[in-house]
Design a protein around this ligand. Structure first.
Ligand code: FES
Ligand code: FES
Length: 176
């Protein structure tokens, strides 16, 4: 994987590069990165997975949320080298080949988005919640999403979307 950096001072030979191995959305990857590279930029620029959004770059908005070893992290606040040997899941890893993930269906059914900028981060935070707690209360959903900001929806429909998805996942698990 090649990532192109700006080098206005011509100092490229002074910059150390580290090779990292990791898995993203089930696929093994190797990357050579500067130690200062943020995970969000590895994901967007290096991997081309632009479903992970960067809103604030300061750990406030949650738009950049991905799962690292199953835990939600704000990828604008983590260095790419920190995922060496670990597993990353982005919003692109949610859907199956031909069908939406129940969370994606839930956001559609319950009108959980308007502009959609916050939506990938919301879905990844919700994914972590539902993997740990398949039957959350409304309060638990609100708490799980409390690190994610939305400037459009007023949150009510986002919470309803997650509860819709939780019910569908439970129903599917019951059928299995
Ligand atoms: S872009 Fe990472 S928290 Fe806002
Ligand atoms: S849908 Fe626009 S920021 Fe959440």
């Amino acid at each position: 994987m090649t990532i192109v950096y700006d080098d206005p001072e011509g100092q490229a030979e002074d910059v150390p590069v580290r090779r990292i191995k990791f898995t993203v959305n089930g696929r093994k990857k190797i990357a050579e990165v500067e130690p200062r590279l943020l995970l969000a930029h590895l994901i967007r620029r290096g991997l081309g997975l632009t479903g992970t959004h960067v809103g604030c770059d300061t750990t406030n908005c949650g738009a950049c949320t991905v799962l690292v070893d199953g835990r939600p992290v704000k990828s604008c606040t983590m260095l790419a080298v920190q995922v060496d040997g670990r597993t990353v899941k982005t919003v692109e890893g949610l859907a199956g080949a031909s069908e939406l993930h129940p969370l994606q269906e839930g956001f559609k059914e319950e009108h959980g988005l308007q502009c959609g900028f916050c939506t990938p981060g919301m879905m990844m935070a919700a994914t972590a919640l539902l993997e740990e707690n398949p039957d959350p209360s409304e309060e638990e959903v609100r708490w799980a999403l409390s690190g994610n900001l939305c400037r459009c929806t007023g949150y009510q429909n986002i919470v309803k979307s997650v509860l819709w998805a939780a019910a569908k996942l439970r129903a599917e698990a019951g059928e299995a």
